[in-house]
Design a protein around this ligand. Structure first.
Ligand SMILES: [Zn+2]
Length: 492
């Protein structure tokens, strides 16, 4: 039996024991949120007041030992996790102002989408099933040139946030234009974002050259400095679309603000060839040669990285975002995710933009696809088991983004970013292994609660921070505007 298979078997037995002990003894009450007033008989003096206690059939911590409490609870005050443990224990220690009960759900850390272009949601389905360059030059670049504005990115980002909140994503990394307006939309809906203003060596909607890119991005970094949920970042698009001068300027600006650097890296074979022809090396080694690599870098894709590249990226503590659905849909190739993780890289999962690369922000699908792609590409069904996939969507994604001191697991003193997933449906019963059920069976429609910084964004009935009807109506209005703009000649 391989090491991986042994771990799967051990996990199976542990989950079985856990479920056997606790099973579905949780009360069959409907999901509820109640305001709690202290009862006359409560021993007030021995308990602490907290903002919220979330109770659930199961609480998956995703901490260093993957502790599971069943039934479990999370106590929250000031947006911070005060304690995680058994439901009975926490209810005896804390008196909540609000109790959120999800007896048939599993509570786990909010999912972390390590790579997308949220505003491009307005281009979802504009053109599919095309080669990347044809898709870009015939549809995306003309549509962007004609339409991308502060109003566009706010509408598109809000649409993406509505989808992500409903589906259980609590943090995402973004690369686009007018990123300060993206930040306004993300802030308004309550999500956490690492938002990168994108630089290219040709004019884009909000800056025409490097000097303007630096000016716009500096103002963006200054404006959001110190925000609790918004992290402003610098996002040079890729080694093949940014010169040495651009990449080094982006790195210098990010260093000055201690900001993350987001970049696409080794996404296609064509990129590998272009960089090889131009610089005589791989994109990863080229970035290292010009002093770009370091812990602040989050690199998306790395499909064509070789073993030396992985070792190099790991030695520089670069985070990696794996986007299996995008890589499959655009036929970019297959990341050797097992080798990347064995080299010591923290590998998170991403959806990539939904305009043609995916076409949704569903992180449950990202886990499922990443697992199955790793298995079929290695002809090894033990590759990348469910527990590892759930780690990649939570704590390992946080490590890739250097945010694991704040998010990614349910532990005391971390921010209260969590989701609940209803397991009472036919798709999720019987429950043998909660990790396997979450990764291979759950769909985003099963998410019954989404919370960021202790604030409920999705309560199982509505997204509280977004006017859904208005957002969907505006998306259709934008589709009409974009379609009309594409029937006109495209100015260069
Ligand atoms: Zn991308």
């Amino acid at each position: 039996m391989t090491h991986a298979a042994a771990r799967v078997a051990a996990g199976f037995v542990a989950a079985l024991l856990s479920c056997a002990a606790l099973s579905f003894a949780a009360p069959p009450a409907a999901a509820a949120e109640t305001a709690h007033a202290p009862s006359k008989n409560s021993p007030i003096s021995s308990v602490s007041s907290v903002d919220t206690i979330v109770t659930a059939g199961w609480v998956l911590t995703m901490d260093g030992s993957d502790r599971v409490f069943s039934p479990g609870a999370v106590a929250i005050a000031g947006g911070r996790i005060l304690a995680v443990g058994k439901e009975s224990e926490l209810l005896s220690r804390y008196l909540p102002k609000q109790r959120i009960s999800r007896p048939h759900s599993v509570v786990l850390p909010g999912l972390i989408n390590t790579h997308t272009h949220a505003a491009m949601s307005l281009f979802r389905g504009i053109a599919d099933d095309l080669p990347l360059m044809e898709w870009l030059t015939k549809f995306i670049f003309p549509a962007e040139a004609k339409n991308v504005s502060p109003a566009f990115v706010k509408a598109g980002t809000t649409l993406a946030c509505l989808e992500m909140i409903r589906g259980g994503t609590t943090t995402f990394a973004d690369m686009y234009y007018f990123e300060s307006d993206v930040a306004e939309a993300v802030n308004a809906c309550g999500l956490r974002g690492v938002l990168g203003e994108t630089w290219l060596d040709f004019p884009v909607p909000d800056h025409k050259d490097l000097a303007e890119a630096e000016k716009v991005t500096r103002a963006f970094l200054e404006k959001w400095k110190g925000h609790p949920r918004i992290t402003a970042a610098v996002a040079p698009h890729a080694p093949y679309t940014c010169s040495k001068e651009t990449l080094q300027a982006a790195k210098a600006l990010a260093d000055e603000f201690h900001a993350p650097l987001l970049i696409h890296l080794s996404e296609t074979r064509d990129e590998q060839k272009q960089i090889g022809d131009k610089y005589g090396t791989t994109p990863a080694k080229w970035l290292d040669a010009i002093g770009f690599l370091g812990p602040s870098v989050l690199a998306a894709h790395c499909v064509w990285c070789d073993a030396d590249d992985f070792r190099l990226l790991a030695s520089k503590r670069v985070g990696l975002s794996h986007n299996p659905e995008s890589n499959m849909k655009l036929a970019s190739g297959i990341l050797n995710v097992v080798a990347a993780r064995q080299a010591g890289l923290a590998v998170g999962l991403g959806t990539d933009g939904v305009a043609g690369s995916n076409n949704d922000h569903d992180m449950w699908e990202a886990m499922d696809f990443a697992g199955k792609l790793a298995k079929v590409s290695t002809m090894d069904p033990t590759a990348l088991p469910a527990r590892d996939l759930l780690r990649m969507a939570t704590i390992e994604g946080a490590r890739a983004m250097k945010m694991d001191d704040r998010i990614g697991s349910l532990e005391t003193d971390k921010r209260a970013d969590l989701v609940a997933v209803d397991l009472s449906g036919a798709r999720t019963r019987p429950l043998w292994d909660v990790f396997s059920t979450l990764v291979y069976a759950v769909k985003e429609g099963d998410v019954s609660l989404t919370m960021v910084e202790g604030r409920v964004l999705w309560d199982g009935r509505s997204v509280r921070t977004i006017n859904a009807a208005k957002t969907l109506r505006e998306a259709e209005e934008w589709r009409r505007k974009i379609a009309a703009s594409l029937s006109e000649p495209v100015s260069k």
